[in-house]
Design a protein around this ligand. Sequence first.
Ligand SMILES: Nc1ncnc2c1ncn2[C@@H]1O[C@H](COP(=O)(O)OP(=O)(O)OP(=O)(O)O)[C@@H](O)[C@H]1O
Ligand SMILES: [Mg+2]
Length: 445
Amino acid sequence: MSLQTPISVSGLNHSFGKGDLRKQILFDVSTEIQAGEIVIVTGPSGSGKTTMLTLVGALRSAQEGSVRILGEELHKARPRTLEKVRKQIGFIFQQHNLLGALSAIQNVELGIRASGKYGAKQLGERAREMLVAVGLEDRLHHKPEQLSGGQRQRVAIARALAAEPAMLLADEPTASLDKKSGREVVDRMKSLANERGTTILLVTHDNRILDIADRIIHLEDGRLSTFTDAVIANNRHMMEMLADNRQKQTMHEVVEDMDEAQFKELLLEITDESQSFLQATALANDLAFRSMLEQGLFAFTRKLRQLLNAERSSLFLVKHEHGHLELKVAENLDDLGSIRIPIGKGIAGAVAQTGQAIRIDDAYADSRFNPEVDRQTGYRTRSIISLPIMNQAGEVFAVAQLLNRKDGQPFDAGDEQKFTQFIESIGIIFETLEGLSADKGPAGE
Ligand SMILES: Nc1ncnc2c1ncn2[C@@H]1O[C@H](COP(=O)(O)OP(=O)(O)OP(=O)(O)O)[C@@H](O)[C@H]1O
Ligand SMILES: [Mg+2]
């Protein structure tokens, strides 16, 4: 434990109540959080998340174990020490604790004043700026009771961020915000962490924001549990969400009738989820999730063929360790797995090697084209768009291909642009799926 570690908790136990009614809520909780780190706490209702946050936030003194916050020990700390630590922390809590007699802007001003960081002259300007940033420019002079739950939440966020605290503790900060404002709020937090080294501890059930975390910790019955448990809990939540949205139709039927805009929205939604999942977890094995992604990958790849008016669409996985590409998604299921292209050979092979997209009008007139696959499949390729898909590590991880425009014309730059735009999302789904398969061992291959 160094002095530079803003949050250092070790062997923390906490109980509420006295005598027979005494109930232990936190058990032997230990964790360290570094400056500029964003840590998300997940866990079921009643597991002790808020209690942990209030202890770290010096809102109560620790009974047992050590809680060192910004260099001060809070175990049996005196009120003055607690207050000193509290002043350096921005709080965004479930109950927003706004003062009912004050307007939005006055509440924020009060928060800034308490930090002692800004002079009287700057207070008003600073408070206004923060309220504008959270989208409340037309509610500056409303009292809390005249605001909706989400608006009150945003005032609380503005108040917490305005003083640029060394540490930010937030309890469900996006719970009553829509997707867009929720994203804005967490992005703002992220830049605070990056630019000013603000340490952020955040309780959330919102899977859409897991990606901002450097680390996720999971509380279950007052105990910090393993990362795997957190993954499984997140995964379950995500499955429920997707199950809700998809009802009983298969993915293929669902996307078949969608227009381009609807499809784009669905793709973004699933990509968001996949991306959070990919970034925030070590990838658990969940058959249902896997099969959903597999279905999605097929359905989406075919949908692209339809949207771009192409005869065929396919996805190859680049197996660097084996030196070849393997066909993973195609029209003809018999072709899958049986078609392998050496890296560097043919159009897809060249894309895998260079990471550069290739679009050609007449395949047989291009020296890079390898007619071998056509020979194997009995298909006649004319024009091609072949795109690299990069993984999170920035390597070419897959290659996506469209063959032959249905109107007989070659693909144009507009087609390529559209394909590129969609394929990025599909790449994320593909990568998530491959991550899951890798964990499953040989059977998942
Ligand atoms: N002041 C208190 N006095 C007595 N019991 C309390 C007190 N505060 C919390 N508890 C109890 O401690 C347990 C943990 O509560 P806590 O608020 O930390 O849960 P949580 O994980 O934040 O749940 P949620 O997700 O519902 O907000 C609950 O069983 C709660 O009833
Ligand atoms: Mg809580």
